[in-house]
Ligand binder design. Structure first.
Ligand SMILES: [Zn+2]
Length: 377
């Protein structure tokens, strides 16, 4: 009887032993990998994230990982001034562009929009480098301050912003950047000043209406697929409005008694952006009005209410060049990144920047569609 009882317990013991052996094997494999320092690109986990799951912070991938994975050998060294850390960092162009696209466009935007952004940001960077580099940091080619050059995310900032989505988002952006590696916008054989903005409000703007130069590739075009929710109303009470105007433009003579007759849009561009706004005895540009009233764009109308004024704004940003929101809309309606770029930059072509200058792409762009790139852990 005792023997029989023992035989009944055997399967449990066997299963336990198997489990222990399996665990030991996995541990051994992990130990061997750690000791041998094996490097491999791991596919992204498809396991759905559980609520409350703790973010796994993967260390930053090295440039070697990124370039080797996409089989990309063209290097362009750039000096990036990190304005938050107050230090100059040596980087390579594509590595830098991954950080720029991460910061300048939401990672959830359509993949073709991310690729369009990568080409625009790369072109903007190389154009700046060819025209004296960063204006506020003479030692740097570019800086990370969006008010000066382009916004940029370090891996630490990406991790903080994306949390559990860090690996997947990084992968998405890296694929968009490396899938267009080296590609730039060219007009008349030269790099373009590839300006871009968040959202145009339906119509982009001629460059000379916002900046000094009239550039042939920065013409106002329609932007038909933008998110119509990108409108904002800014309401100001009469006393606050008068205070704001009087502090900045005392010569306007604006007071609470004359303000309602004193504010009027004098001239607007064909796009609908305000060219000039009358403030009593003074006239300001649309840009000055945008700054004064804290508006998202110069595409606005004014409406008086019982106790103040409302500025109804459309779009976000200066409105010149690529509309990021419009690019996302075009991508969702089936356009690829080249169609998007050729729409927003009039008359340009797409070339490849390299050691030999700008050439047409003869070989296909570097791609690796076998497995997503995930920063090595
Ligand atoms: Zn700068």
């Amino acid at each position: 009887m005792k023997r029989k009882k023992k035989q009944k317990q055997n399967p449990v013991i066997v299963i336990t032993l198997c489990a222990v052996l399996l665990a030991l094997s996995v541990l051994l494999l992990l130990l061997m990998r750690a000791v041998l320092g094996g490097r491999e690109i791991k596919p992204a986990s498809c396991k759905p994230k559980e609520e409350g799951e703790i973010a796994v912070m993967t260390p930053a991938p090295t440039l070697l990982d990124l370039y080797a994975y996409f089989d990309w050998t063209e290097t362009t060294a750039i000096k990036v001034y990190d304005h938050r850390a107050d230090k100059l960092i040596d980087m390579d162009l594509e590595e830098y562009i991954v950080g720029v696209v991460s910061a300048e466009m939401p990672a959830y935007y359509d993949f073709e929009a991310l690729k369009a952004q990568a080409v625009a940001s790369r072109t903007y960077t190389l154009y700046s480098m060819a025209h004296g580099g960063c204006h506020t940091n003479p030692d740097a080619d570019v800086c990370t301050n969006s008010k000066c050059c382009q916004a940029f995310s370090t891996h630490e900032r990406m991790q903080n912003a994306w949390k559990n989505d860090y690996a997947n988002n990084y992968n998405r952006v890296a694929q968009a950047v490396m899938g267009t590696a080296g590609e730039v916008l060219v007009y008349d054989g030269k790099l373009c000043d590839a300006l871009y903005h968040a959202c145009s409000g339906g119509q982009t703007e001629d460059s000379e209406h916002v900046y000094a130069n009239a550039l042939p590739y920065l013409r106002g075009v329609t932007s038909p697929y933008e998110d119509p929710m990108r409108t904002e109303d800014v309401a100001l009470k009469t006393d606050a409005l008068v205070e704001l105007i009087a502090a900045k433009y005392p010569e306007s003579g604006i007071s609470e008694s004359n303000v309602r007759d004193g504010i009027a849009i004098e001239k607007a561009y064909a796009s609908g952006r305000v060219e000039t706004l009358r403030l009593g005895k003074t006239t300001v540009t649309g840009k000055q009005a945008r700054n004064l009233f804290g508006l998202r764009s110069t595409m606005f109308t004014v409406e008086w209410t019982g106790d103040g004024i409302v500025f109804h704004t459309k779009g976000y940003g200066h409105g010149v060049g690529l509309s990021q929101n419009g690019a996302n809309g075009m991508a969702k309606h089936g356009s690829d990144y080249q169609e998007i770029l050729l729409h927003y930059y009039t008359g340009v072509s797409i070339g490849v920047f390299g050691a030999d200058g700008i050439t047409e792409r003869t070989a296909p762009a570097p791609q690796n569609t076998n497995a997503p790139f995930v920063p090595e852990s």
